[in-house]
Design a protein around this ligand. Structure first.
Ligand SMILES: Cc1cc2nc3c(=O)[nH]c(=O)nc-3n(C[C@H](O)[C@H](O)[C@H](O)COP(=O)(O)OP(=O)(O)OC[C@H]3O[C@@H](n4cnc5c(N)ncnc54)[C@H](O)[C@@H]3O)c2cc1C
Length: 254
C-alpha cells in the first residue's frame, strides 16, 4: 500500500491522544523511522469525547509529574505546531465536603508542590470569591491550581500528530492492525488490513495505544492489560449568562 513501509523501528497502534503523544515524543528523541496506524481517523476514539480538562492534582508521584509535564507542554504546543489547541489556563478549584476528603486533597497538594506545581490551600470564603455561584456552606477546605485549564483534546492530539510528522514520523489513517507478531518472546512486527488490502510491517518495537481496545489487542500477544470501558457522563449546555471564565470546579466523590 502506498505510504506504508515494510519495516520501521517502531509501530504505534492507535491515533488517539496517547498514540499521537508517543509518536511526537519518539520523533523528538530522534526516532524518525516510526509509523502510527489508526484504524479509522485520528482522535475518533475516546479522545474525541473528552471534556478537555487539564488537572495536575493527582494521587501518585508519577501521575503528578506526568500531569505537570502535559500541562506545560500543552501551553507551548500551539506556538510549536501552529495547531490551535484551545488551551486556556483558567485554573481549577477542588473542594472538600468532609475532613477525610480535605486531608486527601491537602496531601495531593503537598505532593504536587514537591514537583513545582503551583498550588495553594484556600478557605471557603476564597472559593466563594473565585466561584460566586457556589454554595460554600458545607465546604471544609479547598485547593486552587491557577495553571490548570481546559483545552480542545482532539486538537491537542492533532497538534502532537503534526509535531511528529514535522520530525519525520509517518501517520496513516484507515489501517487496522490485525495481528502482532513475535518470535522468541520478542515482538517482530504487525499485520495490517485496509479493506481487502493486507500487509505486514517488521518492527523492533510495537506500542499499544489502542485505548479501550488495548485489552483485546494485548490478548493477541498473551498480554493482559487491566483496562475496560466505563460509562462517563457530561452535560453540554448553551452559554449561560455570567458563566464565563470561571475556574474548573471539582468536588471529588461527594
Ligand atoms: C466523556 C469523557 C470525558 C472525558 N474528559 C476528560 C478530561 O476532561 N480530561 C482528561 O484528561 N481526560 C478525559 N477523558 C479521558 C480521555 O478522553 C482518555 O483518557 C483519552 O482520550 C484516551 O486516549 P487514548 O489515545 O488512550 O485512546 P483513544 O482516544 O480511544 O484512542 C485509541 C485509538 O486506537 C484506535 N485503534 C483501536 N484498535 C486499533 C487497531 N487494532 N488498529 C489501529 N487502530 C486501533 C481507535 O480507533 C482509537 O482512535 C474523558 C473521557 C470521556 C469518555
Amino acid at each position: 500500500m502506498a505510504g506504508l513501509p515494510s519495516k520501521a523501528r517502531a509501530v504505534i497502534i492507535g491515533g488517539g491522544v496517547s498514540g499521537c503523544s508517543v509518536a511526537y515524543h519518539l520523533a523528538k528523541l530522534g526516532w524518525t523511522d516510526i509509523v502510527l496506524l489508526e484504524r479509522k481517523q485520528l482522535t475518533c476514539g475516546t479522545t474525541w469525547h473528552a471534556a478537555g480538562l487539564i488537572g495536575q492534582l493527582r494521587a501518585s508521584q508519577n501521575m503528578t509529574r506526568l500531569a505537570k509535564y502535559s500541562a506545560d507542554l500543552y501551553v507551548r504546543l500551539e506556538a510549536e505546531t501552529g495547531v490551535a489547541t484551545g488551551m486556556r489556563q483558567v485554573g481549577s478549584i477542588t473542594v472538600a465536603l468532609t475532613e477525610e476528603r480535605k486531608h486527601e486533597i491537602y496531601r495531593q497538594a503537598s505532593l504536587a508542590r514537591a514537583f513545582d506545581v503551583d498550588v495553594r490551600e484556600i478557605s471557603p470564603s476564597e472559593v466563594k470569591e473565585m466561584y460566586p455561584h457556589l454554595n460554600v456552606s458545607d465546604v471544609v477546605g479547598a485547593v486552587h491550581l491557577p495553571l490548570d485549564g481546559q483545552c480542545d483534546p482532539a486538537n491537542i492530539a492533532m497538534a502532537l500528530a503534526k509535531g511528529a510528522r514535522q520530525r519525520g514520523a509517518k501517520i496513516v489513517e484507515g489501517v487496522k492492525v490485525a495481528a502482532v507478531h513475535q518470535k522468541d518472546g520478542r515482538v517482530t512486527g504487525v499485520s495490517w488490513a485496509r479493506g481487502e488490502e493486507q500487509g505486514t510491517i517488521e518492527a523492533d518495537v510495537v506500542v499499544n495505544c489502542a485505548g479501550m481496545w488495548a485489552r483485546e489487542l494485548g490478548q493477541m500477544s498473551g498480554v493482559t492489560i487491566p483496562l475496560h470501558a466505563c460509562e462517563h457522563f457530561y452535560l453540554v449546555t448553551e452559554p449561560i449568562p455570567g458563566l464565563s471564565r470561571l475556574p474548573v470546579l471539582r468536588g471529588p466523590g461527594e
